[in-house]
Design a protein around this ligand. Structure first.
Ligand code: SF4
Length: 470
């Protein structure tokens, strides 16, 4: 997927003017949040489970090499072929080679954010393979020639009418706005693809070290069809998805759907362990697992290592006021919302995504909902200091911050500015605040009022109340 993270400001302005996007975003995030709150309230063990999940993930980070080696050994014992990719280019090369060696011309793919990181579809298309997305949301945006905008609801930005037009154009069916009919059209189209594809491609929510299993959590059953019907199964998964034991899985299965969609459990949990054995009624004859490092080892060594605990539930997106306003495409890469604002700069380099750590109000809501207790606001603040330390601030920002620090260090100067602002502010104040400030402050007042300065500065008021005469 093309990287465009430093265009966050431009992308966000465009998103704010898109009425369809605004309506769809509001509806979806509100619904997810309401369901999540209800699901968490109905599960008194939530906090304790969250603690346990965080502890398991911390243990994984401390012993990632050991757990990964165990996973590879167990998966290979059961017939899988495991590949490890250092970076995106190597991952694309491996994926294309697998498709060529296996003689695949059509692949059905279930949703995988990791595959978006390496531009998987383009790699396979380059090897002469047609890739069909089989998750309904992903299928819709593939028809539209777009990228996903949300981890669990990739087509959240599309209206029913837009989807109807897409299906009319690409699937040739009659135009309809009925959701069951639209779903039926997609289902008929995709079933034929499942039955004729040579390879099924999946992501993986978890990799279980002690059994070598790949675990898929889905709501549509496409992950299951894609892993059992085609002759070959290829799972593309980040190395951080490993968990130590099968007995750890229920902890995560209790948290993930509740945090993601507010379901107590998702419709399908598929545990794929190796290739089809003699007597098995179904399953792939050949199984490849492509493990992506792609910057994760470097993150593991540094101060942001806990970001690798993420289970991609998207709860932090839904609750984020910035994401709620601008949607996922504004973040300019695979991951959006608070997780994207932290993970993208770490995976692609801070200079390539310098705008993202500022794409947050630091309200802290993301940390409150994160099921594995990732301190997202702390990381965002830390990244902002890294931006400064690495000299990535623009000269204008540096000058503004120096000016601000200079004023804050001089109490007399601050007081004088407050007095002047208090007097001038009265001329520009309309209603509750000041609207329509000139550039560069117009960025603030375009969409909201600037709070009017108090006629009497705070410290003056404080002195009056305390009877301080100095
Ligand atoms: S950071 Fe936490 S809340 Fe956000 S997607 Fe990851 S696990 Fe979910």
């Amino acid at each position: 997927m093309e990287l465009n993270a430093n265009a966050f400001g431009r992308n966000a302005r465009k998103a704010l003017l898109d009425k369809t996007l605004q309506a769809a975003l509001g509806r979806t995030t509100e619904r997810f949040l309401a369901h999540r709150d209800a699901a968490v309230a109905a599960f008194p063990e939530f906090e304790r489970t969250r603690e346990r999940a965080s502890r398991i993930k911390l243990d994984v980070l401390d012993h990632l090499d050991t757990y990964l080696l165990r996973f590879i050994e167990e998966a290979e014992k059961r017939g899988a072929i495991v590949h490890v990719a250092r970076d995106a280019a190597q991952a694309r090369e491996i994926a294309a080679r697998i498709a060529r060696d296996e003689g695949v011309t059509l692949a059905v793919k279930s949703k995988s954010m990791a595959s978006e990181e390496i531009s998987f579809n383009e790699a396979l298309q380059g090897a002469g393979v047609t890739v069909v997305e089989s998750d309904l949301g992903e299928f819709i945006i593939q028809l539209a020639g777009e990228a996903p905008s949300h981890i669990i609801a990739p087509a959240v930005h599309k209206s029913r009418q837009e989807i109807s037009s897409l299906f009319e154009r690409h699937l040739g069916g009659p135009r309809t706005d009925s959701i069951p009919e639209l779903v039926g059209m997609a289902r008929r189209h995709l079933r034929a693809k499942f039955l004729s594809a040579g390879m099924g491609v999946s992501g993986g929510n978890f990799l279980v070290a002690d059994t070598g299993s790949v675990v898929l959590v889905t709501n549509e059953g496409n992950g299951r069809l894609g892993t059992v019907l085609p002759r070959v199964h290829l799972a593309v998964v980040g190395i951080e998805k490993v968990i130590p034991r099968m007995s750890d899985l229920p902890t995560f299965l209790r948290l993930l759907p509740r945090s993601a969609t507010g379901q107590a459990i998702s419709s399908y949990v598929s545990i794929v362990t190796g290739t089809r054995r003699a007597g098995d009624p179904e399953g792939p004859e050949r199984m490849h697992i492509l493990l992506l490092d792609c910057g994760r080892s470097a993150i593991l060594e540094g101060k942001y290592r806990e970001i690798l605990k993420c289970v991609r539930c998207a709860a932090c997106l839904n609750v984020c006021p910035v994401y709620q306003s601008v949607g996922g495409h504004a973040y300019g890469w695979v991951y959006s919302g608070p997780i994207g604002a932290v993970l993208t700069p770490l995976l692609v380099g801070l200079a390539e995504a310098v705008a993202l750590p500022d794409a947050s109000t630091l309200c802290g809501a993301c940390a409150d909902v994160c099921p594995v207790k990732i301190p997202l606001p702390d990381f965002l603040l830390e990244l902002r200091s890294d931006v400064r330390e690495q000299g990535l601030k623009t000269p204008g920002e540096i000058a503004a911050m120096k000016g601000y620090a200079g004023v804050m260090r001089r109490a007399g100067l601050l007081e004088a500015i407050e007095r002047i602002a208090g007097v001038l502010g009265q001329f520009f104040t309309k209603g509750k605040g000041i609207g329509g400030l000139p550039y560069p402050f117009s960025g603030w007042t375009e969409r909201r009022d600037f709070p009017a300065p108090a006629a009497l500065p705070f410290r003056k008021q404080w002195k009056i109340r305390r009877g301080v005469t100095r």
